[in-house]
Write a protein that binds this ligand. Structure first.
Ligand code: ZN
Length: 328
C-alpha cells in the first residue's frame, strides 16, 4: 500500500504530498468525502511515509515500519474507531490516544492518530479531543475522517485543515477492477456505475451475488405501494439486520431511482446502471414519473448518509420505505 494505490484523488493528494515533502504538514486534518474514496488509505499512507525506513518520500510498503502500520500495530500510529460491539468512540479512547500523542515517537517520526469516522465521537469525546486540538502535543498529527464537514462540531473543524475528496470517476474504478481484481469489462463497468464513485463499495460488491440480491430488492420494493406500510415495516426490519447490507441496499436504491429518472428523461438506456433490468425499469418508470424518481433517489442518498452518521438503521429505512409507499 502507498500513494500509487490511490486512484482518482490527484488534486488533494498532490497538496498533501507537497506538504509532506516540505515537512510542512499541519498538525490536524479533517478529511471529508463519501465513504470508500480513499480518505483513510491516504491518512495511513502519509503515516507510512513519515515512518518508512527508506525515507524516499513515498512509503515503500514493505519495510518493518510500513508493515507494522498496515497491520495496525505500530506504536506511533493509532487508528481509532468504536471498540467491537460499541456504537461510539468513547472519551476513554480519546484520552488514551492523547496520552500516547504526548510520548516521544519510537522511531523519531511523528505520532499519528487517525479517527475514523469522526462522526462517531460522542459529545464527551469531542470535547476531550478539542483540548488536544487546542494544545497539540509536539510532533503529533491528527486525522479526522468524516463524510461531511457539517457532521463534525464547528469548534473541532475550525481547528483542522480541511481536505475534501470527491467521488472517484467511473472509468478509473472500472479500470482498477479489471487490472487488480481480474473483473470482466462488462462486470467492472456495472460495478463502477453502481458504486457511485466509491472504490470501497465497488470492492465490497465485487465477487458477491449482487445481481441476485438486486433482484430480491426489486421484488421487495414492488409490493410497497398504496398504503402498504406493514410491508415497509417488514422490509425495513429485514434490511436493517446489518449495517453493510443497509448501506449497500441504499446505494443500490439510489442508483435504481436515478436510473428511473435518467431513463424517464432520455427514453434511452445509454447511462442506465441497472441495464440488465431494463424491462422492470421501464415498467416502474411509467408508473412513477420523473419528480418521484428524483425525490426517492435523493431520499436514498440522504438515508445512506444518516446510516453513516449512525442513526438507527430501522428507523432510517422505515422513513425511506414509507416515502415509497406514500408515493405510489
Ligand atoms: Zn517503508
Amino acid at each position: 500500500m502507498g500513494f500509487s494505490d490511490i486512484i482518482g484523488q490527484d488534486k488533494s493528494l498532490a497538496v498533501l504530498r507537497g506538504a509532506l515533502a516540505k515537512n510542512r504538514l499541519h498538525h490536524a486534518y479533517l478529511f471529508t468525502g463519501p465513504q470508500g474514496v480513499g480518505k483513510r488509505k491516504i491518512a495511513i499512507s502519509i503515516s507510512m511515509a513519515l515512518h518508512c525506513m527508506e525515507k524516499s518520500g513515498d512509503p515503500c510498503g514493505h519495510c518493518v515500519e510500513c508493515t507494522r502500520i498496515t497491520a495496525g500495530n505500530h506504536p506511533d500510529v493509532r487508528e481509532i474507531e468504536p471498540l467491537p460491539g460499541k456504537k461510539e468512540i468513547s472519551i476513554r479512547q480519546i484520552r488514551e490516544a492523547e496520552k500516547e500523542l504526548h510520548y516521544r515517537s519510537f522511531t523519531g517520526g511523528r505520532k499519528v492518530a487517525i479517527i475514523d469516522p469522526a462522526t462517531l465521537l460522542n459529545p464527551a469525546s469531542q470535547n476531550a479531543l478539542l483540548k488536544t486540538l487546542e494544545e497539540p502535543p509536539m510532533d503529533s498529527l491528527l486525522f479526522l475522517i468524516s463524510p461531511s464537514a457539517s457532521a463534525v462540531l464547528p469548534t473541532l473543524r475550525s481547528r483542522c485543515l480541511r481536505v475534501s475528496f470527491g467521488p472517484i470517476p467511473r472509468p478509473l474504478i472500472a479500470d482498477f477492477l479489471i487490472s487488480n481484481k481480474g473483473a470482466r469489462p462488462e462486470e467492472a463497468g456495472f460495478l463502477a456505475a453502481l458504486s457511485m464513485g466509491s472504490l470501497g463499495l465497488a470492492l465490497e460488491m465485487e465477487g458477491k451475488e449482487l445481481r441476485e440480491t438486486r433482484r430480491e430488492w426489486v421484488e421487495m420494493l414492488a409490493p410497497l405501494k398504496g398504503g402498504n406500510y406493514r410491508g415497509a415495516i417488514d422490509a425495513a426490519e429485514a434490511l436493517a439486520s446489518n449495517r453493510d447490507q443497509t448501506l449497500k441496499f441504499l446505494a443500490w436504491a439510489e442508483s435504481w431511482y436515478r436510473d428511473l429518472l435518467v431513463y424517464g428523461l432520455r427514453q434511452e438506456s445509454g447511462d442506465v446502471v441497472n441495464l440488465d433490468m431494463l424491462p422492470e425499469l421501464q415498467r416502474q418508470q411509467a408508473q412513477l414519473g420523473l419528480e418521484r424518481s428524483l425525490s426517492t433517489a435523493t431520499a436514498a442518498s440522504d438515508a445512506g448518509r444518516n446510516i453513516q452518521r449512525n442513526l438507527n438503521r430501522r428507523m432510517v429505512l422505515e422513513q425511506f420505505l414509507f416515502g415509497i409507499v406514500g408515493s405510489r
